[in-house]
Design a protein around this ligand. Structure first.
Ligand SMILES: NC(=O)c1ccc[n+]([C@@H]2O[C@H](COP(=O)([O-])OP(=O)(O)OC[C@H]3O[C@@H](n4cnc5c(N)ncnc54)[C@H](O)[C@@H]3O)[C@@H](O)[C@H]2O)c1
Length: 351
């Protein structure tokens, strides 16, 4: 089989996951890196032995030998990088969130269609074992009608700093960074019903807790830049055309005891919680019953990314249907944009 020749645009923190997955993949040749930060580019080139490096995406994309790119730059540059790459005839795997506005997301989708190239969005949680198992149970009608979903993705002290706190580059705080994962996962399992209205609130009370000295967890490759003009807590309700409703809470900074990542789905016959491993809840022989699967359900970060990257490679090389297409990224961007608009206006937003 012909190998897919891949380049990476933006070689910061999350690119490690993309790079390691591509380097492990038997049908991929990872050929080039691009970053506007010379020092970071040189460091990553030396670390991974990828010697073809570019200071601009235009120079890298002019290389006809590159078939596909991963876009791992800050959020405000996703659209520009993806559209330039698609227009240069490359297939694109773009990190989440797809874009910072619906206008940008739609322009990306149009560029992919016009150039007949794949634009896949890196909704990595779709590629977890737990998600696959949930989908299997759903297909076997374990849940009956799924009508309510609830997710919390709370960090007590977890603003990744760098550009993450700078709205002009991130598009927002925990909602667009963390909330996007759980909104996408729940919407995916619900089967992509059409969102019809959204009510959201955001708070900016604790900022990035500049006085707290201990810092752990995910950090941007440029943590020194302390800008913080994004929300530190967001909460929202999303209503869908089929009557289903999702409720979401997500924070970078919150006076909560422990960080929490919990996803729950409720149906007429059964429910599920991912906390973080999968448990199913139902009624059996007239008794309330909880079912814990014997097999491990959660995947490591590396496992999730390897599955996501392998899927991208298969879609391009074997023309498989994409499980995380641009159209679904546009819908998630519509939901996120509407939540911010609702928070700003204090009213429900009708989509
Ligand atoms: N899927 C996940 O679970 C996950 C986790 C973390 C981050 N991300 C996403 O990955 C993206 C990058 O996040 P990060 O944490 O790696 O940030 P980062 O700051 O560590 O890295 C971003 C890199 O992009 C480079 N860059 C910016 N604009 C560029 C341009 N025009 N051309 C070339 N390089 C450019 C920067 O110099 C930097 O090195 C974000 O969109 C973020 O939301 C996804």
């Amino acid at each position: 089989m012909k190998k897919l020749r891949v380049g990476i645009i933006g070689v910061g923190s999350i690119s490690h996951e993309h790079i390691q997955a591509y380097q492990k993949h038997p049908n991929v040749e990872l050929v080039a890196f691009c970053d506007i930060n010379d020092e970071q580019l040189a460091k990553m080139s030396a670390l991974y032995g990828v010697t073809e490096t570019y200071a601009t995406k235009e120079e890298m994309l002019a290389n006809a030998a590159i078939d596909a790119v991963s876009i791992c730059v800050w959020n405000s540059m996703h659209a520009e990088c993806a559209i330039t790459a698609l227009n240069a005839g490359k297939h694109v795997l773009c990190e989440k969130p797809m874009a910072t506005t619906v206008e940008e997301a739609k322009a990306m989708e149009v560029a992919a269609e016009k150039n007949n190239k794949l634009l896949m969005i890196g909704f990595v949680r779709r590629f977890g074992n737990d998600t696959n198992i949930l989908m299997e149970f759903k297909e076997n009608d374990f849940f009956g009608e799924l009508y309510y979903g609830k997710a919390t993705y709370l960090r007590r002290h977890g603003n990744p700093e760098g550009w993450f706190g700078d709205k002009s580059r991130s598009g927002g705080g925990p909602l667009i960074d963390l909330g996007v994962h759980v909104i996408d996962l729940l919407t995916y399992v619900l089967g992509q019903p059409k969102p019809v209205s959204v009510y959201g609130v955001t708070f900016q009370k604790l900022f990035n807790r500049p006085d707290v000295k201990d810092k752990q967890g995910y950090i941007s490759s440029t943590p020194g830049e302390i800008i913080c003009d994004v929300e530190d807590l967001a909460s929202a309700m999303i209503r869908f055309e089929n009557g289903a409703v999702l409720s979401i809470e997500t924070s970078f900074s919150l006076n909560v005891k422990d960080d929490e990542q919990k996803i729950e789905l409720f149906g007429t016959k059964g429910g599920a919680s991912l906390n973080p491993s999968l448990e199913l809840h139902t009624e059996m022989n007239g008794y309330m019953s909880d079912i814990q699967l014997k097999m491990p359900t959660a995947l490591s970060m590396d496992g999730l990314f390897f599955n996501e990257i392998s899927h991208f490679v298969e879609c391009v090389l074997e023309d498989k249907p994409c499980l995380s297409p641009a159209s679904e990224g546009v819908m998630i961007t519509e939901i996120i944009e509407a939540i911010y608009k609702s928070a700003e206006t204090g009213h429900e937003v009708i989509l």
